[in-house]
Design a protein. Sequence first.
Length: 283
Amino acid sequence: MLRIAIQSKGRLNEESLLLLQNIGIEVDAPKRKLLSKSQTFPIEALYLRDDDIPQVVAGGTATLGIVGLNEIEERKADVDILYRLGFGTCRLSLAVPKGEDYSGPSWFSGRRIATSYPNILRKYLEEKKIDARVEVITGSVEIAPAVGIADTIFDIVSSGSTLVANGLKEVETVFESEAVLIANKSRGVQEQAVIDDLLFRIESETVSRGKKYLLMNLPKSALEEAIKIIPAMRSPTVMPLASPDWCSLHSVVDAADLWIKVRQLKAIGAEGILVMDVDKIIL
Ligand code: ATP
Ligand code: MG
């Protein structure tokens, strides 16, 4: 039974469980249980605070874990990063009070910077040869300048609205993060076989994310043009229709491009366009 460490509550919990569910692995949510065995896959979830996940996987108490790349980098955890999961995206940035006339990284020389990520920050300051004071605080970093603990902050940013609400502006992005699947380095052959199956499923799941299945009726004379608009994974599927001058064209497109493509296809004569969700793509 492979053990996977998952955040018990917080920003990564729901999406981690949803990912497992989408690849056919059902585990109980972390109500009062620390451990939950899946009935559908040889895996059990161990629910922890995200701070503890890197060490627990590095030490082998859990073979796998889902955690932010920022935590791995900060704790210099000795684990393998198996897969970037594409959720929990955020960045670690330096921010200064919004009225400051910011001139570049040397602005931070001699200033006090509050952060919960001292290791990542110190590495950046060393690289830039900036002599600043790092004030380590564990929560509510964004209020540090207002209460006088520091002059500026280095913290997690996603939309930036928390910074704005605290009268700060983001000036330097230092580290880009997202949730990652991590593994203990000395995992065995049998464990690796289960992990390979898991990775195969995760890949199919992430590839199909944000994809739409398109089918439409098209005059045969417009086929060449249509294939340029929707190239598909290998080549689009073309099927005959009862009417000899028409065909049915099927393809997969990125949801982000959907409306642009639909408009282009209509312009060359496509009719009866159907758009459907894609559940899985197995490459
Ligand atoms: P825990 O109680 O498990 O220690 P936490 O409060 O340390 O939780 P969360 O705020 O739940 O952590 O964030 C978990 C991870 O989510 C972060 O380490 C980061 O990788 C990611 N994340 C994505 N967006 C944000 C954001 N806007 N603020 C904080 N973390 C974010
Ligand atoms: Mg934490």
